[in-house]
Ligand binder design. Structure first.
Ligand code: APR
Ligand code: PHB
Length: 414
C-alpha cells in the first residue's frame, strides 16, 4: 500500500488532519489501534476556540456543531463566595468559545471521513515506524492477522501521549519538559440541567471545582482529588456533596443532581517535547504535548497543530519541496508554550497544593485580586481563554531550507 501521508491515531488530531489534507487533494491513510466504538467512548473536554471551529468548517465537519454547539461569551471565576465574570469580548479576546463535546467532534470527523471515502484502518495492531530520516519512510502494522506495509512520503504522529510515534524517534534527539501535579480531576457526566448558564471555575479551601456542560440537559462537573484517589471510593452522593461544598451557597442551592452516566479520574500534567518533528515524522496533539484540563486547551492545541501542519503540507505540495515543513516545530511550539503557560497558571491559581502554605495562598489571592481589579488583567485572562491566534507560515520557504531537507534525506537514505 502507498499513500502520501500516513496518519497514526484517529483521535481528533489525526482525523482533523486527514480531513484538512483530503480537502487540499493530499491523500492519506489513518491507522488506529482501537475500534471506532472505543474511540467514541472516551469522554474529554468540551470547549472549542473560534480557531478550532474555523478548522472544523474547513474540514467540512461543522454542520452539527453549528446547530448544537452553545456559544458562550464569558465564564465565571469563583473565589469562595465571590463570583467574577470574565467577558471574552474584551479587547484582546476573540470573543467567544463554543461548548461542544470532544466526543461529538470526533464523531463528526469520522462521518466526514467516511463520506469522503477515505481509508481508516481501525484495530491496526503493532504499528511501527521506519526510515523516518530517509526520503521513503514506511509504516508496518498487523491487521486481521496480516502484516501490512504502508509506504508514504510523510508520517503524522497523532497517536496521543502513549503512542508509538514519539517513541520511534532515536534517543538523544528529543528534549522533554514536564510538570506532574499532585492531584487529579474526578469528573462526572450526568443528564441534569446545568447549574449556571456559563462555566464556573471555582477556587475553594477544599480544592478546585468546575461546573461545565455538554447541552441544556447534560452536565459535566469536576472536583480536584488527591493523586492516587480511586474512583470506586466516590459514590455519586459523595461526589455531589463535595461539589456543593466547593460552590458559593447561592449556586450550590440551585444544583440539580442525578445519577452519573460516566465517572472517571484524570491525572494532571504539563508536558512538551521539542522538537515536534524528526526527518519525515511530525508529531501533533497529545503525542507532542499535554496540558492540564484547566482552561480546556488540549483539543484546541491539537487542532492548532494540525491546522498548521496541513497548511505546510499544502505549501510543500505546491512548491514540490519538503522545505516548508522544516518550520513546523518552531511555529507550532510558539503557540504550544503559551497555552502550556496559561493552563499551568490557571491550575496553580485555582487548585489547592498539598505543599502550599499560608504565604502561597495569600500570593495567589493577591494575584487574582489584582488581575480581576484591572481591565487589562481581565483582558489577559479572556484573550488566553478564548485562544491565541495560530501562527501560520509567512512566505514560501527559502532555497536554503530546501537544501537542508535534501541533506537530511541524503544522509539517511544512503
Ligand atoms: N497505533 C495506532 N493508534 C494509536 C496508537 C498506536 N500505537 N497509540 C495510540 N493510538 C491512538 C489512540 O487509540 C487514540 O485514538 O491514537 C489516538 C490519539 O487520540 P487522542 O489521545 O485523543 O489525542 P489527540 O488526537 O492528540 O487529541 C488531543 O485529546 O486527550 C485529549 O486533551 C486532549 O483534547 C485533547 C485531545
Ligand atoms: C469539560 O466540559 O469537560 C471541560 C470544560 C472546561 C475545562 C475542562 C473540561 O477547562
Amino acid at each position: 500500500m502507498k499513500t502520501t501521508v500516513a496518519i497514526i491515531g484517529a483521535g481528533p488530531a489525526g482525523l482533523l488532519l486527514g480531513q484538512l489534507l483530503l480537502r487540499q487533494g493530499i491523500d492519506n491513510i489513518v491507522l488506529e489501534r482501537r475500534s471506532p466504538q472505543y474511540v467514541l467512548s472516551r469522554i474529554r473536554a468540551g470547549v472549542l476556540e473560534q480557531g478550532t471551529v474555523e478548522l472544523l468548517r474547513q474540514a467540512g465537519a461543522d454542520a452539527r456543531l453549528r446547530t448544537e454547539g452553545i456559544v458562550h461569551h464569558g465564564f465565571e471565576l469563583v473565589l469562595g463566595e465571590r463570583r467574577e465574570r470574565i467577558d471574552l469580548r474584551g479587547h484582546g479576546g476573540h470573543g467567544a468559545v463554543t461548548i461542544y463535546g470532544q466526543t461529538e467532534v470526533t464523531r463528526d470527523l469520522m462521518q466526514a471521513r467516511a463520506a469522503a471515502g477515505a481509508v481508516t484502518v481501525y484495530e491496526a495492531e503493532d504499528v511501527s515506524l521506519h526510515d523516518l530520516d530517509g526520503a521513503n519512510p514506511w509504516v508496518e502494522y498487523q491487521h486481521q492477522g496480516q502484516r501490512v506495509r504502508l509506504d508514504c512520503d510523510y508520517i503524522a504522529g497523532c497517536d496521543g501521549f502513549h503512542g508509538v510515534s514519539r517513541a520511534a524517534i532515536p534517543a538523544g534527539v528529543l528534549r522533554e519538559y514536564e510538570r506532574v501535579y499532585p492531584f487529579g480531576w474526578l469528573g462526572v457526566l450526568a443528564d441534569t440541567p446545568p447549574v449556571n448558564e456559563e462555566l464556573i471555575y471555582a477556587r475553594h479551601a477544599r480544592g478546585f471545582a468546575l461546573c461545565s456542560m455538554r447541552s441544556a440537559t447534560r452536565t459535566r462537573y469536576y472536583v480536584q482529588v488527591p493523586a492516587g484517589e480511586r474512583v470506586e471510593d466516590w459514590s455519586d452522593a459523595r461526589f455531589w456533596d463535595e461539589l456543593r461544598a466547593r460552590l458559593p451557597a447561592e449556586v450550590a442551592a440551585r444544583l440539580t443532581t442525578g445519577p452519573s452516566i460516566e465517572k472517571s479520574i484524570a491525572p494532571l500534567r504539563s508536558y512538551v517535547v521539542e522538537p515536534m518533528q524528526y526527518g519525515r515524522l511530525f508529531l501533533a496533539g497529545d503525542a507532542a504535548h499535554i496540558v492540564p484540563p484547566t482552561g480546556a486547551k488540549g483539543l484546541n492545541l491539537a487542532a492548532g497543530d494540525v491546522g498548521l501542519l496541513a497548511a505546510l503540507f499544502a505549501q510543500a505540495a505546491r512548491d514540490g519541496s519538503s522545505a516548508p515543513l522544516l518550520r513546523y516545530s518552531e511555529l507550532a511550539l510558539k503557540r504550544v508554550w503559551k497555552a502550556v503557560r496559561f493552563s499551568w497558571w490557571m491550575t496553580t491559581m485555582l487548585h489547592r497544593f498539598p505543599s502550599e502554605d499560608a504565604f502561597d495562598r495569600r500570593l495567589h489571592e493577591a494575584e487574582l485580586d489584582y488581575l480581576l481589579a484591572s481591565p487589562s488583567g481581565r483582558d489577559t485572562i479572556a484573550e488566553n481563554y478564548a485562544g491565541l491566534p495560530l501562527e501560520l507560515p509567512a512566505a514560501a520557504a527559502t532555497p536554503e531550507a530546501a537544501d537542508a531537507v535534501e541533506a537530511i534525506s541524503a544522509t539517511a537514505g544512503g
